[in-house]
Design a protein around this ligand. Structure first.
Ligand SMILES: NC(=O)c1ccc[n+]([C@@H]2O[C@H](COP(=O)([O-])OP(=O)(O)OC[C@H]3O[C@@H](n4cnc5c(N)ncnc54)[C@H](O)[C@@H]3O)[C@@H](O)[C@H]2O)c1
Length: 276
């Protein structure tokens, strides 16, 4: 990545000062800045003591970690498949061994598979549910004991507008999994509120990220047709960017949001307010 994107809020640094951030899915599946990569960079720019960049593809996670280090902040890449219990256990243990605590758990990993119940295979269904839902369970299972010990922690879960409503895309397992993320997060919020732990969910709407060029573009005759159609669907006339998700995430993870727990925040330019 050549250009270093600037923060739209250059004066508002330090919102997660000294916090240790464990970010699951910190790479980008294509060139540029997806939701996870933009969030990892923004946590670092906002004062995080360290950002642990977890990814199943080491090169994707390392690209993010290197970007952060090039800006003078602390970041380390850890390879893991977030659907594998032993992997999640290992990255949590390694983060604790290295930094002693985990202040923010950010669950960004999510995949799509096109098809309704007739088209989607059982294998695909399980893969999407494992990746999009079970990964949240595993991360919570292994991180929560440390947050309980600390008496404090913030969890940011990335769902989707598809977890709230049906969009033009036919993807059964994505809808089901993203709805499950929301209610799992809400449950954690309620159960752990007395222990100083908050769990909030972001629902990105139509974003212009590398992911859509890889996982969504096949639904359209051309890339430009996809971009035009998605821009037109948004009430703002344009899609959002990874940075929009990043700024919402940093706020929810920060102490500014100390009394915000169990919320479901659409970051979608108002898309959730309209029928389609
Ligand atoms: N882009 C959009 O339009 C949009 C809209 C709504 C919601 N979302 C949600 O945003 C999140 C992803 O956004 P992004 O732009 O960062 O996507 P991305 O695919 O660019 O980045 C996700 C990273 O997760 C990694 N990953 C995938 N499977 C993994 C696994 N099993 N274990 C560990 N790492 C794994 C990938 O290698 C990738 O680097 C997802 O939860 C997605 O559902 C995106």
């Amino acid at each position: 990545m050549s250009a270093s994107p600037s923060s739209p809020n250059p004066d508002r640094r330090g919102r997660v000062q000294d916090k240790v951030v464990l970010l699951m899915g910190a790479g980008s599946c294509g060139p540029g800045f997806g939701n996870g990569r933009a969030s990892a960079i923004t946590y670092a720019r906002e004062g995080a003591r360290a950002v642990v960049c977890v990814d199943i593809v080491p090169a994707f996670g390392e690209e993010t970690a290197a970007f952060i280090r090039n800006e003078g902040h602390e970041a380390v890449m850890m390879q893991a498949d977030v659907t594998v219990n032993a992997d999640v256990q290992r990255v949590v243990a390694d983060t604790i061994a290295r930094y002693g605590r985990i202040d923010v758990l950010h669950n960004n990993v999510g995949i799509t598979a096109m098809g309704g119940p007739e088209e989607e295979t059982l294998e695909s269904w399980h893969h999407v549910m494992d990746t999009n839902v079970t990964a949240h369970f595993l991360a919570a299972k292994h991180v929560l004991p440390h947050m309980v010990r600390q008496g404090k922690g913030a969890i940011v879960n990335i769902s989707s507008l598809a977890g709230l409503r049906v969009t033009p895309y036919p993807y059964s397992s994505y809808y089901a999994s993203k709805a499950a993320v929301i209610h799992f997060s809400t449950h954690v919020a309620a159960q752990y509120a007395r222990q100083g732990i908050r769990s909030n969910t972001i629902c990105p709407g139509l974003m212009n990220t590398p992911l859509i060029h890889i996982q969504i573009a096949g639904q359209y005759p051309s890339t430009q047709a996809m971009i035009d159609a998605r821009n037109a669907m948004s009430p703002t006339g344009r899609m959002g960017e990874g940075w929009d998700i990043a700024h919402a995430a940093v706020f929810l993870a920060s102490d500014e949001a100390a009394f915000i727990n169990g919320v479901v925040l659409p970051v979608d330019g108002g898309q959730h307010t309209i029928a389609r």
